[in-house]
Ligand binder design. Structure first.
Ligand code: PHE
Ligand code: FE
Length: 296
């Protein structure tokens, strides 16, 4: 394949202007459906008690374990009924503005391929397992569904401010790697975590990462790593809290204040951070003891 010519890639034939393609569900092989089943089963053994209730309820409601890669036409009937969202197939990562436009219209773009059997633990480009198993269950939750739409609209608006990196950081630390501190304990909701077997355990149980209470500006000033487990997770008390801090806040003055580069590294712990210590319900200031649970 000529890397300079995306149209030489069979995956990008018949791409529409909004980057969507037909899912062409019939074209997935038995082996590919089997890959989904292996990944689904493994996550379902590890996520009860780790993923938040909203995620687990969403998985059930959408019947994601019905066998094989979900057929979007069927999945969308249920999803649309619940919150008005749909899933659309795309061949690859799409440009920022195309992505924002889809989210703003309650469409979630999902990569139309699945990882190979020797990539069960990690792939760089998001596949249908990450995109559908990771992201779509949370879209059945009313508050989170509204947050995602608002994020898309916010992205379209942010174009004028030249601070898209800061907005990307918010996405990273919430939608992809967010934790939530529920009355039952610390839980996962980020798609990058729930779709990774190892990080599902590491994010909650490892000693090394910082778990810091969500602060909008702190998050948007923080760089992130895309090629390793996170060294920092941000924790919300509830999805309503996340919603209020983002959707109900005008980002324009914030964009004006932010520097063009990130101020904090992915490993930073600041004096002002509220870091979770001792179990999962309390936080203290930096320098306090980290969560006292067994390391992995
Ligand atoms: N409230 C943000 C703005 O004023 C939009 C937004 C909402 C961004 C939710 C991200 C998440 O631009
Ligand atoms: Fe993702």
């Amino acid at each position: 394949m000529d890397p300079m010519n995306i149209y030489a890639d069979p995956r990008t034939e018949n791409v529409r202007a909004d980057f969507t393609i037909d899912q062409n569900w019939e074209a997935f092989t038995d082996e590919e459906h089997g890959t989904w089943d292996i990944l689904y089963k493994r996550q379902m053994q590890c996520l009860p008690g780790r993923a938040c209730d909203e995620f687990l309820v969403g998985c059930k409601a959408l019947d994601l374990g019905g066998g094989g890669i979900p057929d979007f036409a069927k999945l969308n009937v249920e999803l649309k009924k619940l919150t008005g969202w749909t899933v659309v197939a795309v061949p690859c990562l799409v440009p920022d503005n195309v992505f924002f436009e889809h989210l703003a219209n309650r469409r979630f773009p999902a990569g139309n391929f699945i990882r190979k059997r020797d990539q069960l633990d990690y792939i760089q480009e998001p596949d249908v397992f990450h995109d559908v198993f990771g992201h779509v269950p949370m879209l059945t939750d009313r508050v989170f569904a509204d947050y995602m739409e608002a994020y898309g609209k916010g992205g379209l608006r942010a174009g004028g401010f030249d601070r898209l990196k800061a907005l990307a950081s918010l996405y990273w630390y919430t939608v992809e790697f967010g934790l939530i501190n529920t009355p039952k304990g610390m839980r996962i909701y980020g798609a990058g975590i729930v779709s990774s077997h190892q990080e599902s355990i590491y994010s909650l149980e490892a000693r090394s990462p910082n778990r810091i209470h969500f602060d909008l500006e702190r998050v948007m000033r923080t760089d992130y790593r895309i090629d390793d487990f996170q060294q920092t997770y941000f924790v919300n008390a509830s999805f309503k809290e996340l919603f209020r801090a983002t959707v109900d806040t005008d980002f324009a003055p914030l964009y004006e204040r932010l520097n063009p580069c990130f101020d904090f590294t992915p490993t930073a712990a600041l004096e002002t951070d509220r870091i979770y210590t001792r179990g999962t319900q309390e936080y203290g200031r930096a320098g306090g003891r980290k969560m006292d649970i067994k390391p992995v």
